[in-house]
Structure formats: C-alpha cells, structure tokens
Design a protein around this ligand. Structure first.
Ligand code: UD1
Length: 392
C-alpha cells in the first residue's frame, strides 16, 4: 500500500477553523489522503473555541499570539516557524483559507519550502486594498502563490481568470461556510435565555463588528447602533464582542449600559449558528456572516462600504450600510421599520453553495495527486434555497 499524502490544513483564527472543519472531514474520508492541522494560534482563545466546537485538535501549534500584536509582528513570527513545521510534518500540500495573516504567511512559507498551496475561498476581491485591510492584500498575494484555487462562486473564479490564473488549477466549489452551517443549524438548540425571549414575543438582532479599518470609526458606529436599540425597545440585540481589546474599548462606552443590548464574549459556533438562524437581522462587518446569513435566509446589514461578496447583494439578502454613523443609523432604522423589506430579503436565494463544497475540495486535492477524477464545478445555474431562518 502506498503511504497517504499528508495534507496540512493551516489556520489560526476562528472563522478559518469553522470554514475548514468540513474540509478536514472530507479529506479524512477521501482515500489516499491524510489531513493534519497546523495551527498558528493567531487567535488563542477564539480559535480554541472554534476547534472544540467541531472536535478538531491541531497536530502542531505555533502559538504566535501576543497581546495587541501588530501585523508585522505576526508576519515575522509565522513565516519562519510555519516553514519549519511543514518540513517536520512531511507536508505534500498545504491548504490555507481566505485572507488572514496566517493565510498569506503560511502560503509564503510553503512556497519557500516547495510545498504546493491550495487556497480555499480563493478569488474574493473588493477591488480596494484599503478595505478590508489587510485582507484584500492577503488574498491577492496568496493567489500569486497557490497551485490549486477553490473559488466559492463563479464570480470569484472569474476574478482569478482576470488575474491570469490557469484554468487547470481552478475549481468552483461553493462556500464551505454553507457546509459548516448545515452541520450545525437546526441540530443544536438556541440558548435557553434567547429562546425564552422569542417565546415571550421578543425578536433578536445579532451584531458583530471587529474590522481593523473600522476601528477609527467604531465608537461612532457603536453610537448609531445604540440609537437603533433605543428606538426599538421591543428587540433584543446580542453582540458577541471580539476579544481584541481595541474593539472592546471602542464599543463598550456606547453599548455597555442599554437594557436591550447584550454584550457577550465571543460565542462558539454551536451558540452562534442557532442565534443567527433565530435573528430578524444580522448587522455585521464580518465576511463569514454575510455567507451564513445568505445560507440561513436571514437578512444582513453589512457595516462596510464595499463587500467582496457581491452575489449576496445581487440575490438581495445583503444590504450595504457603510461605516458612517448617520448612514448606519438610517439604514438599520429603515430595515427594522420595514417588515416587507426584511421579508423580501429573507426569501432570497442562497448564492453561496449547496453544502457540498468540502467534498469537491477533497476530490480536487486527490485529483492533483492522481488519486481521483476531477470534480464537477458547482455553478450558479443551480441556485439553492436558503435553509430557512427560524424567525417566528
Ligand atoms: C483577524 C483577521 C480577520 C478576521 C478576524 C477574525 C488578519 C489580518 N485579520 O483579525 O480577517 O476576520 O481575525 O477574528 O489576520 N485576541 C485575543 N484573543 C483571541 C483573539 C484575538 O486576545 O482569541 C486579541 C489579540 O490581542 C490580538 C487582537 O485581538 O492582538 C487582534 O487579533 P488579530 O488576530 O491580530 O486580528 P483581527 O483584527 O482579529
């Protein structure tokens, strides 16, 4: 028997772990491949929570996180250490995800080591290096180094074609976030306290906000959110606050003392997925929540000026709310004041996948090593109904 190919999944933040968990499972089920996890530990506590939610344990852990780390600090620690570990692990291929510092730095390390890189969630582009910062640069740079690119949508694959990427390494797979949300939503109950609120006729709104480029205006955005909460005492707003101390300092003054705003620690996926599914609206600057909202059929107000996820805008489930205080306030008040608009957004088709993305990725990796047929692309000609939110 030939030895299985060692496929190292490298990640370091919570969303990467969530979206790579289905890929790990699919690789483990693919004959001839052996998945291993290299954690950079970029986000110590948040990553550990996400790993635990999916029952994953890193095989190696670089433990790079420090308090208030700069991007240069992170880069300087990950690049040399990741290369050394990839060598020790006997990596035949490394898979990275999306656009974090971990993604780009591990891809660069692998390139230096001569290990081929597969990029999951490849091809997303906002067209603006300043927004999201530094993620737009991270994903473009990773695209320069990758051998296989797993684009979640046809549009993302087209972005890569425009940048000259060859057809041979390009796969349209769907978003693994859809796979992940399907593994959990509807199977795990909503926290009892939130369920009690729904039972009493209250509705929930989920907020998240953590982007670096939003930090300078985050106190203003928090003030806008506070005004929206004051205008809607019948709604209960749940905001799991990122552990970045700069985020906590920015949002606590405006939002810390309102009776209908619950600031919590970051939630693990088994609490977050049912919360999103039960929400009337998500207000967020996150990337992943845009896809999760679309997959669940829950409207999303995007607290950014541009998004690299235009399919959700076209489908109608996303609405850009910007990051300007007045615009955020006006957009949210308008959405929450119009049940017809929210209902229309909820009925949008999910443009991000059919829940089978991870299987296609595992098959494509096996194909690369001559162990399987090339997988069929997932295409937007087969749009998927959203799972159906659990909003009463
Ligand atoms: C990173 C990603 C971003 C992703 C986000 C998800 C980059 C450049 N950005 O941004 O794309 O959306 O993660 O969370 O990689 N901290 C803790 N404990 C934790 C996590 C963070 O204390 O578990 C603190 C640390 O002090 C750290 C700070 O938060 O210095 C910021 O975290 P970091 O991973 O550097 O960047 P993010 O802004 O979270």
């Amino acid at each position: 028997m030939t030895t299985p190919k060692q496929i190292v999944l490298a990640f370091g933040t919570r969303p990467e772990a969530t979206k790579m968990a289905p890929v790990y499972r699919a690789l483990a089920a693919q004959p001839g491949l052996r998945p291993l996890i290299l954690s950079t530990g970029q986000q110590r506590q948040q990553l550990d929570g996400a790993l635990a939610a999916f029952g994953l344990t890193p095989d190696q852990d670089l433990q790079v996180m420090t308090e208030r780390q700069t991007l240069a600090d992170l880069t300087g620690r990950i690049v040399p250490q990741a290369g050394k570990k990839l060598r020790e692990m006997g990596a035949d291929m490394v898979l990275v995800h999306g656009d974090t510092s971990t993604t780009f730095c591990v891809a660069l390390s692998a390139f230096y080591e001569g290990v081929p890189v597969g990029h999951v969630e490849a091809g997303l582009r906002s067209g603006d290096l300043a927004e999201p910062f530094p993620e737009e640069a991270n994903r473009r740079l990773t695209g320069v180094l990758s051998t296989l690119d797993f684009a979640p949508t046809v549009g993302a694959a087209d972005n890569l074609r425009r940048e000259g990427k060859a057809e041979r390494g390009l796969f349209v797979t769907g978003q693994t976030a859809v796979d992940a949300v399907r593994m959990v939503a509807g199977r795990v109950p909503l926290r009892a306290g939130w369920q009690a609120r729904l039972d009493a006729g209250q509705q929930l709104v989920t907020i998240t906000m953590h982007r670096r480029e939003n930090l300078p205006v985050m106190p203003d955005m928090a003030r806008a959110l506070a005004d929206v909460a004051r205008a809607h005492p019948e709604l209960h707003f749940v905001y799991p606050v990122h552990l970045n101390p700069a985020v906590r300092d920015a949002v606590t003054p405006a939002l810390g003392d309102l009776p209908n705003v619950e600031l919590t620690d970051p939630l693990d996926y088994h609490d977050m997925a049912p919360l999103m599914a039960a929400s009337r609206l998500l207000a967020t600057d996150s990337g992943g929540l845009q896809e999760e909202g679309a997959a669940l059929g829950v409207p999303v107000a995007v607290l950014r000026n541009v998004t690299e996820r235009p399919e959700g805008l076209a489908a109608g489930v996303l609405k850009l709310a910007g990051n300007d205080e007045a615009q955020v306030r006006a957009t949210l008040l308008e959405l929450l004041g119009s049940p017809e608009t929210l209902e229309r957004m909820r009925r949008s088709v999910n443009p991000y996948g059919d829940g089978q993305a991870a299987g296609r990725i595992a098959q494509a990796v096996a194909w690369h090593f001559g162990l399987a047929e090339r997988p069929q692309n997932w295409g937007t000609q087969r749009p998927q109904a959203a799972l159906g939110s659990q909003v009463p």
